[in-house]
Design a protein around this ligand. Structure first.
Ligand code: GLU
Length: 424
């Protein structure tokens, strides 16, 4: 029997959670022992020190990572997170989920993730630019359009991807837009990429509500996290006629049973940077938001917010995981026992982002650009296909929807590794 000799490098609650999910899925499909460990553990990682000249003339050294989980199914793909709580274990867990996500959606990619330990809100715009460029300069030898293609994640955005594309292109001495996705349109970004994750979440929510015979028009929605993903999900669901009864960021939650004016909230956020003092409803805590009575609950912030205790008190009909890893392993068990909540698991629910990243990369490689309708239409086709395969797997093996999605994602990666054989 094979046994991994594993270091403690990635040791953390979130990495353990990703490993437990993997072990459960591998057992469920009787994945051969000899392929397990090399499918499970990240392939390689890079840690970088990032010295940045501050506006006051002093120098601060930040730490960053890039973890490539799997390169057997194509170039690795995944976002870069700028957050003060980033750890290499978290980045490794997120890279595993990227592998299953890309594989489930049928994208010709492996999985990766990057992160820098920094609160980007504490940096001026020019400091942020220097940090973004320095990070790209350090990881440049480790990535590339046919090796590993970064994208935005929590705390990063189009502007940062633009600086990174410019840094990589300068390093090469020619334009290389396919080196990152989520860029500004003017640098080869795709139509529809900014809204892709939220549009995908909203589309899947609509499709699952249809399956449940619940009209999306008038459905009540609570969304935790009002960054790019939460904001775009709110806009798209409001566009389908749903009533957004609660939103939140790290400063506050806002609850309004009559419905929140999403555009007003986004405009407030644009000018004030945080939701605190937004007068579109009464203030609640993030924890109160998660327990609200609603049709759809959308965690769209960080991982592990739905603990066992919170899972027991949820009052939603559908849990749409727009964030990566929002539900702990023990919370998941409780949701399974309860059986009254339809979970749209993260690797399916938020796949819209990486699917449109794939379209962006294709457009860059071909120098041939699509319009927004074409992008969204193709996005929905892939999401429908992934949803159908998950539902088929769920029915066939009587799995939970998460187990169905994970087993499909893991199986395809393991099969590719098996077909390629062990080198040398
Ligand atoms: N960061 C996003 C995710 O977690 C997008 C990744 C990508 O577009 O490569 O799926």
């Amino acid at each position: 029997m094979s046994k991994a000799i594993v270091s403690s490098l990635y040791d953390s609650d979130v990495f353990k959670m990703a490993c437990r999910q993997f072990d459960q899925a591998a057992d469920a499909i009787s994945l051969p022992e000899e392929i397990r460990d090399r499918t499970k553990y990240p392939r390689r990682c890079l840690a970088v020190a990032l010295p940045i000249k501050r506006d006051d003339g002093t120098v601060t050294v930040f730490e960053g990572y890039r973890v490539q989980h799997n390169l057997s199914t194509g170039p690795a793909k995944g976002g870069i997170r700028f957050h003060q709580d980033v750890t290499i274990g978290e980045v490794a867990a997120l890279s595993m989920w990227m592998s299953w996500k890309c594989s489930l959606a049928g994208l010709p990619y492996g999985g990766a993730k990057g992160g820098v330990i920094v609160d980007p809100r504490q940096l001026s715009e020019s400091e942020l630019e220097r940090l973004s460029r320095r990070y790209m300069q350090e990881i440049a030898p480790f990535i590339g359009p046919h090796v590993d293609v970064p994208a935005p994640d929590v705390g990063t955005n189009e502007k940062i991807m633009g600086w990174m594309m410019d840094t990589y292109s300068n390093h090469l001495g020619r334009n290389e837009p396919a080196c990152v996705t989520g860029k500004p349109i003017s640098l080869g970004g795709s139509q529809g990429r900014r809204e892709a994750t939220g549009a995908g979440v909203a589309y899947l929510v609509k499709r699952y509500l249809e399956d449940l015979n619940i009209p999306v028009a008038g459905a009540t929605v609570a969304i935790q996290g009002f960054g790019n993903v939460g904001g775009e999900t709110a806009l798209a669901l409001a566009g389908y006629g749903a009533k957004i009864i609660a939103i939140s960021d790290y400063t506050t939650g806002i609850h309004n049973a009559r419905g929140i004016d999403v555009k007003k909230a986004l405009a407030f956020l644009q000018s004030q940077k945080v939701l605190r003092d937004f007068d579109g409803g009464e203030a609640i805590t993030n924890e109160q938001l998660l327990g609200l009575d609603c049709t759809v609950l959308v965690p769209a912030a960080l991982e592990r917010v739905i603990t066992a205790e919170i899972a027991a008190g949820l009052r939603c009909r559908v849990l749409a995981e727009a964030a990566n890893g929002p539900t702990t392993f023990s919370a998941d068990k409780i949701l399974e026992q309860r059986g009254d909540i339809e979970v749209i698991p993260d690797v399916l629910c938020n796949a819209g982002g990486v699917i449109v990243s794939y379209f962006e990369w294709l457009q860059n490689l071909q120098n041939f650009y699509w319009d927004r309708d074409e992008v969204l239409q193709k996005l929905f086709v892939i999401l429908d296909r992934a949803k159908s395969s998950v539902e088929y797997q769920k029915r066939k093996f009587k799995f939970s929807r998460r187990l169905a999605a994970l087993t499909l994602g893991i199986q395809r990666v393991a099969e590719a590794k098996q077909s390629r054989g062990l080198f040398p």
